[in-house]
Design a protein around this ligand. Structure first.
Ligand code: F6P
Length: 550
């Protein structure tokens, strides 16, 4: 799919209208906007599945929202969305369909790629995963010496790690606590060392997760894990079949590595790496939380898919979040976007979103290869509250940068907490609400003066306010809500890529570094000449070799 039929974004009348509106609106204040509309909080909130979204604390008016929706319509967001759901090859630089939504489609759905319905294959792999996960959880999947598995080590990187690792943390209260789960990604040997140092090869299962099965980090770590296993089990190669399973699209590389193809869980090239944790890439997660909870999570994804597909533009949460991001990134010069979950269990959520958003929309040419002259994806960052409040919130409140933020919280604490710890939840949530309020409305110099603060301190204690936030509130953090949240962000990223007219589903930008690392390695190990090495890198290579005594 190319950009036929649509003009350059910055030449669209809808774009110009937004630029003019931005100028006219000037530095409109949230205090003013709320004062002028007592219904604002109610009017500027919506429901998507179990998620309640309050977007009233944004620097927008009815006109802004209408103009943003006009832009989405003119940019063809709905058409591209429908093409995605239909299985058209909207990843144009790789000639691939983009069908993570098929991974959570009900078994009677029909989604065709090249004339073939992919849903039966999705459910067949899901079924195979369920059987395997139940065997491991129930102790029927035994290792080479007949002992049941006690530890599962997922080896993968990027989309083959961040999703399951994040979701495992989020859903810890749902996990089989008697089993140990580790997620190894880094080529730094320290990662695998720390993961394996207290594990027993007899009871350890490795899940090697890699879409391509050629990723250097994963294959290197998997090879080292294999040696660790064989060293621990007396070198009998047949042990590998009981202790290694693979998740991949590449059966021949899996076989080459020595993993029994019967122990491979398949997925497909129409699932992007960063959109894959609800495919077989979630196998470790499924072993942890069990098939039923995994299916609840898929149902949550599907619920948000349906909301995105069917909700009218005025009530469409991913559309709205995507457009608000465009408002700030393209019309307020915001460079970054903070995601601030008020849940300890969401500690890796923002790291997961970094790949989802930045690998998708970190692009500077449009679908036709022409340089864009508008800002694309923001820097996404953040950590759970309240910790961040004691670290970087100072900059959010009183710094010079415009940083829109999402505040995410839950009405009920995690079910496992005892009464004393559960009682802390109100304090956690009071902080979330307080931050939204302080960021939006600040504290004026007059208010500070009225407190009797000495005149010279007033500027230091004044809060400008007008820092926009979306508050996302759900009843509790459970598998379905996690699915809904992830799909919400997936589709938000989609909306932005569609408006910016970029291909959100390729990632050519990660290739160059990989190629250069392969070229540089022999220089480090053998002192080999690397043709074309620049002077700075050459000097660093020599310094490194000297420090290593080579
Ligand atoms: O970082 C580039 C990338 O291709 C990601 O998009 C992907 O999730 C990751 O590497 C891992 O790739 P694979 O699953 O093929 O090992």
């Amino acid at each position: 799919m190319n950009a036929e039929g649509r003009g350059r974004l910055d030449r669209m009348p809808e774009w110009t209208a937004l630029a003019q509106h931005r100028e006219k609106l000037g530095e409109v204040g949230l205090r003013e906007l709320f004062a002028g509309d007592p219904e604002r909080a109610g009017r500027y909130s919506l429901r998507a599945g179990d998620l309640h979204l309050d977007y009233s604390k944004h620097l927008v008016t009815d006109e802004t929202l209408a103009l943003l929706r006009d832009l989405a319509a003119a940019a063809g967001v709905a058409g591209l969305r429908d093409a995605m759901f239909r299985g058209e090859k909207i990843n144009n630089t790789e000639g691939r369909a983009v069908l993570h939504t098929a991974l959570r489609a009900p078994h009677d759905a029909v989604v065709e790629v090249d004339g073939e319905n992919v849903v039966p294959a999705v459910h067949s792999v899901l079924g195979k995963m369920c059987v395997f996960a139940n065997k491991v959880r129930g102790g029927q999947w035994t290792g080479h010496t007949g002992k049941p598995v006690r530890a599962v080590v997922n080896i993968g990187i990027g989309g083959s790690d961040l999703g399951p690792a994040m979701a495992y943390e989020v859903l810890r209260p749902y996990t089989a606590r008697e089993l140990t789960f580790r997620f190894v990604s880094n080529i730094d040997g320290a990662d695998l060392h720390e993961a394996l140092r207290d594990l027993d090869p007899e009871t350890t299962l490795f899940v090697i997760s890699s879409k391509t099965f050629t990723t250097i980090e994963t294959i290197t770590n998997a090879t080292s894990a294999r040696s660790w296993l064989l060293d621990g089990l007396g070198g009998d190669e047949t042990a590998v079949a009981r202790h290694f399973v693979a998740v991949s699209t590449n059966a021949s590389e899996v076989a080459k590595f020595g993993i029994d193809p019967a122990n491979m869980f398949e997925f497909w090239d129409w699932v992007g790496g960063r959109y894959s944790y609800d495919s077989a890439i979630g196998l470790s997660l499924m072993i942890a939380i069990g098939p039923d909870h995994f299916r609840e999570m898929l149902a949550g994804f599907h619920l948000m898919d349906e909301h995105f597909r069917c909700a009218p533009p005025e009530e469409n949460a991913p559309l709205l979040l995507g457009l608000l991001g465009i408002w700030y990134g393209n019309f307020h010069d915001a460079q970054s976007h903070a995601v601030l979950p008020y849940s300890h269990y969401l500690s890796r959520f923002t790291a997961y979103l970094q790949q989802l958003d930045m690998e998708s929309n970190g692009k500077s040419v449009d679908r036709d290869g022409r340089p864009v002259s508008w800002q694309t994806g923001p820097v996404v960052w953040g950590t759970p509250g309240t910790n961040g409040q004691h670290a970087y919130y100072q900059l959010l409140h009183q710094g010079t940068k415009m940083i829109p933020a999402d505040l995410i919280g839950f009405a009920r604490p995690a079910g496992e907490l005892d009464d004393r710890l559960a009682a802390q939840h109100d304090l956690l949530m009071a902080n979330l609400f307080a931050q939204g309020q302080a960021l939006a409305f600040g504290k004026t110099a007059e208010e500070v003066e009225a407190e009797g603060v000495p005149a010279e301190q007033v500027p230091h204690r004044t809060f400008r306010g007008n820092h926009p936030t979306t508050t996302i509130l759900a009843p509790e953090l459970n598998p379905s809500v996690l699915g809904q949240l992830v799909a919400l962000y997936e589709h938000k990223v989609f909306v932005q890529g569609a408006v910016w007219n970029i291909d959100s589903f390729d990632q050519w930008g990660v290739e160059l570094g990989k190629v250069l690392a392969k070229r540089i390695e022999p220089a480090l190990t053998e002192g080999a000449d690397v043709p074309g090495l620049d002077a700075s890198t050459a000097a660093l290579v020599s310094r490194y070799r000297a420090l290593r005594g080579r």
